[in-house]
Design a protein around this ligand. Structure first.
Ligand code: ADP
Ligand code: ZN
Length: 238
């Protein structure tokens, strides 16, 4: 038991754009005192700061395509090597391809098991959520506000809320296509592992958070039957 308390909690969140990975990882990370590592947020900071990676990534992100595996793996390898990540982390937005997942296994050698949670949401709901959400220009915090609330400020830092440039309908459809082709196959890559769980993301945020915490506890203890059929929910993303 003591052993387990000292074991690091290494989490990855899978799921399509708009599934709530960002919101849920932020909550969970705060409650457990582990860093939330969002590759999308890191890239947006790089774009905002005008770094070399940011300059290269901006056009790719605005088209809804993926930044190269080589760049992303380098970014994540560095970030996971920082001291605050050694006792656990929650990764949001990485891995997004099988090559990234394979590299992550290699990075994690000797660092304890990965817990993998797939957040399942029907596609029609994703499009609705993405086209109405806003994001803080300064800290990346998500706000479920419509364009009519554009005058509102960020609840975390008071920054200006804006629509993400890749949340236009055309780009959202492209991102869902990219998800189906590149990221959905990761569910099969991880499904057979004893630390894989699915959570129904088409519920109120508090319910998702509760299910997520329960799934992580069960996966981490090696106990608890895997909830059968959650990933087969009617209308689930295919
Ligand atoms: P989403 O809301 O679609 O989950 P993110 O904020 O995670 O979006 O990422 C936004 C964009 O950043 C992606 O559409 C992609 O262009 C780029 N990106 C983020 N993470 C990765 C990654 N692991 N591999 C490749 N590209 C990435
Ligand atoms: Zn903010």
């Amino acid at each position: 038991m003591t052993e387990r308390l000292h074991m690091s909690l290494n989490l990855i969140m899978l799921g399509p754009p708009g599934a709530g990975k960002g919101t849920q990882s932020e909550r969970f990370a705060l409650s457990r005192g582990i860093p939330k590592i969002s590759t999308g947020d890191m890239l947006r900071v790089a774009v905002h700061d005008g770094t070399e990676i940011g300059l290269r990534a901006k056009a790719i992100m605005d088209r809804g395509e993926l930044v190269s595996d080589e760049v992303m793996i380098g970014i994540v390898r560095d970030r996971l090597g920082r001291p605050d990540a050694l006792n656990g982390f929650i990764l949001d937005g990485f891995p997004r391809t099988v090559a990234q997942a394979t590299a992550l296994d290699e990075i994690m050698t000797g660092r304890g098991p990965l817990i993998v949670v797939d957040i399942v949401v029907p596609e029609a709901e994703l499009v609705r959520r993405l086209s109405t959400r806003m994001i803080c220009e300064d800290c990346g915090h998500n706000a479920a506000l419509g364009p009519g609330d554009a005058g509102e400020r960020c609840a975390i830092c008071g920054g200006k809320l804006v629509q993400r440039t890749d949340d236009s309908e055309a780009v959202v459809l492209e991102r869902l296509k990219v998800y189906r082709a590149n990221t959905k196959p990761l569910v099969d890559f991880y499904r057979a592992r004893p630390t894989f769980r699915s959570v129904d993301g088409a519920q109120a945020p508090d319910r998702v958070a509760a299910d997520l915490a329960a799934a992580i506890a069960a996966a981490g203890s090696g106990r608890g039957a895997r909830v059968p059929g959650v990933s087969d929910l009617a209308g689930g993303v295919r």
